[in-house]
Design a binder for this molecule. Structure first.
Ligand code: ADP
Length: 599
């Protein structure tokens, strides 16, 4: 993964820290370009003041019939400042664009890199989910925006200072009036910006609800229920309530803008007119016509400059807030289960033992698994059976090293599983999850993602597809293994849910695992396909250990041993016949299913 890490690694996210990290990031990416931008901006800030001075000279020269050479020289200098300002602005824009492009790419890589390293457990908390949602690619724009706000505030400040200095040299009182005049208008702008930001900030959670309603309305999987349960009108109603609230708040700002900001702006205009009148009067006394032109040009430029400086300054806070979301996301610290140094070879079927394992999910106090012990014998198929919430999936999560047991240990081939490197375990462990993924990619990618189609082992893919009864798809689909599946992309072919599940099974079988975990593997598969899948599996099963989380007794029938899990404990272990004899609980769930489900 090509990602440039943030070298400044600080503790958990304050705005100050976000500022430090942003500065580091900016310097890492475009130190030279930033220095050029800063230098150009400092000089660029002085140009308007020089222009006011030169305009004054030029008009004075014209009014007092100075020599042509003098007028030509002044015009030449003025033209020089105009051209310089144009060139500086363009260069600043170009350099800014190039830094922003590099930053956006870099920030995007940081996010993707972090996403690649998140643990399963992090997707099980709302906090992480929020952070993932908020850390978006626009962070690059905000980091540059932060720099640009500081830069433009300083540049505007220098310009105001240089213009004021020139005016001051002609008439200090007019200079003070011109500086004071935009203040009421600036205060109003500041107030509106704060109001708008507060509203926007408080709106964040409602905005998420609105976007969730939109996504439901756009989702193909929700469409059936939306029609069947007539949810469309209700969703529209809820959507419009929130949108009306947004509309009301926006109108409130618009009204405030019109009344209060309008009045304060009017005061500023009056003050500017007073400054011009004062300037005109002093021109009458001094006869310096050029100064009058300077007063007029300054009166129209200082106000917008002051606003630009203020808006830039206000923007700092907003940019920092956005950046702090990204910083907090990057600081997500996955509690990675221990990964030892010993490589797991996986050459034989795995033998597993849970010894006195208890488990409590992080952030909760309830023991989901309570002192469980059992063995999964090498080369055998074991079924985990129990009611919803009994703890079967949690056992799988521990076995797959997504979580660390709170107490007790899991042994793999006689050694504590935490001593093996997790990466090597995953080379030989495979699973078909109940919520398996339907990749909207090619048929081949659904069996195994490879970097390019040249890297794939076509024979092996076809052999695996044949095990799950899907080899015919490679011949039937228009582009064979390269046919896009799903509806998201062009020419995508949709499969039935049962076909998707068999494809997920092919994915699990492709690497000939030492341990295969199947969570309700044939729930969506018809009875004939189910039998053929289990037949194919039984050919492989000599070389692998299989765990099946099963509700259907047709599935359980394919196992050598059954472990009954009840309320986070091992309730009973045995074969189907043994358990029917020994466990009333097992009999109860078996007969309930015989009567109501499978038959
Ligand atoms: P089963 O697979 O047998 O239906 P699970 O192992 O999924 O049961 O869940 C066992 C218990 O653990 C349930 O009470 C469930 O609410 C709880 N649980 C599952 N996942 C989490 C989680 N991420 N955080 C907290 N509790 C959880």
């Amino acid at each position: 993964m090509i990602a440039s890490p943030i070298v400044c690694d600080k503790k958990q996210g304050s705005l100050l820290e976000s500022l430090q990290i942003s500065v580091c990031k900016l310097f890492n990416i475009g130190k030279l370009r930033m220095l050029i931008i800063i230098s150009l901006s400092l000089v660029r800030g002085l140009i308007p003041g020089i222009q006011v001075f030169l305009i004054g000279l030029l008009i004075d020269a014209a009014a007092n019939s100075y020599s042509f050479q003098y007028v030509l020289n002044s015009s030449f200098y003025l033209g020089g400042t105009i051209i310089s300002a144009y060139l500086f602005d363009n260069l600043i824009i170009y350099l800014s664009d190039s830094i922003t492009i590099d930053l956006s790419k870099d920030v995007d890589f940081d996010i993707v890199d972090k996403l690649c390293n998140l643990e399963v457990q992090q997707f099980e908390t709302e906090e992480t989910y929020d952070l993932i949602q908020r850390a978006d690619n626009s962070t690059g724009l905000h980091i540059f925006g932060l720099f640009d706000s500081i830069r433009s505030t300083i540049q505007s400040g220098i310009t105001i200072f240089s213009i004021t200095l020139v005016i001051w040299s002609w008439n200090p009182f007019v200079a003070i009036m011109l500086i004071v005049a935009p203040v009421p208008s600036a205060i109003a702008t500041l107030k509106i910006q704060t109001m708008a930001y507060t509203i926007d900030y408080n709106r964040a959670s409602d905005r998420r609800v609105v976007s969730y309603y939109r996504s439901l309305l756009m989702s193909d999987s929700a469409r059936k229920e939306i029609i069947l349960f007539k949810y469309a009108d209700i969703l529209r109603e809820r959507y419009s309530v929130l949108q009306k609230e947004f509309q009301f708040q926006d109108l409130k700002i618009a009204k405030y803008n019109f009344t209060i900001a309008g009045s304060l702006g009017f005061i500023s205009i009056i003050a500017i007119i007073v400054a011009i009148v004062l300037g005109a009067r002093s021109t009458l006394e001094s006869g310096n016509v050029g100064a009058l032109a300077g007063y007029i040009s300054a009166s129209t430029s200082i106000g917008p400059l002051m606003l630009a400086a203020l808006v830039g300054f206000m923007g700092l806070h907003q940019h920092l807030l956005y950046i702090s979301n990204w910083v907090a996301f990057l600081k997500l610290n996955p509690k990675t289960p221990k990964s030892g140094d010993i490589p797991y070879k996986g050459s034989d079927p795995a033998s597993i033992e849970f010894r006195n394992v208890s488990f409590t999910y992080p952030g909760t106090s309830y023991k989901v698994l309570n002192n469980i012990s059992f063995k999964l014998e090498a080369g055998k198929t074991t079924a985990l059976v129990g009611l919803n919430g009994a703890g079967k999936t949690t056992i799988i999560k521990l076995l797959l090293r997504f979580y660390e047991p709170t107490s007790g240990a899991i042994f793999l081939d006689g050694r504590d599983i935490s001593e093996y490197s997790r990466d090597t375990l995953y080379q030989h462990f495979s699973a078909l999850f109940q919520d398996f993924v339907k990749y909207d990619r090619s048929l081949a990618d659904n069996v195994l993602f490879t970097s390019s189609s040249d890297d794939r082992d076509v024979d092996r893919i076809l052999k695996t597809l044949s095990m799950v009864g899907l080899k015919y798809l490679a011949n039937l689909l228009p582009y064979g293994l390269d046919t896009m599946l799903g509806r998201r992309f062009e020419n995508g072919q949709q499969l039935s849910i049962g076909q998707w599940q068999r494809l997920a099974m092919a994915r699990a079988l492709y690497k000939s695992p030492s341990l295969l975990i199947l969570d309700e593997p044939t729930a969506s598969v018809d009875a004939i396909s189910e039998n053929s899948i289990f037949d194919a599996m039984s050919q492989l099963s000599r070389n692998m250990t299989t765990v099946i989380v099963a509700h259907r007794f047709t599935t359980i029938a394919h196992s050598d041993k059954i472990i009954v899990i009840k309320d986070g404990t091992v309730h009973a272990i045995g074969s189907h016949t043994e358990l029917l004899e020994q466990s009333e609980f097992y009999r109860k769930i078996f007969y309930a299913q015989v009567h109501y489900h499978d038959y």
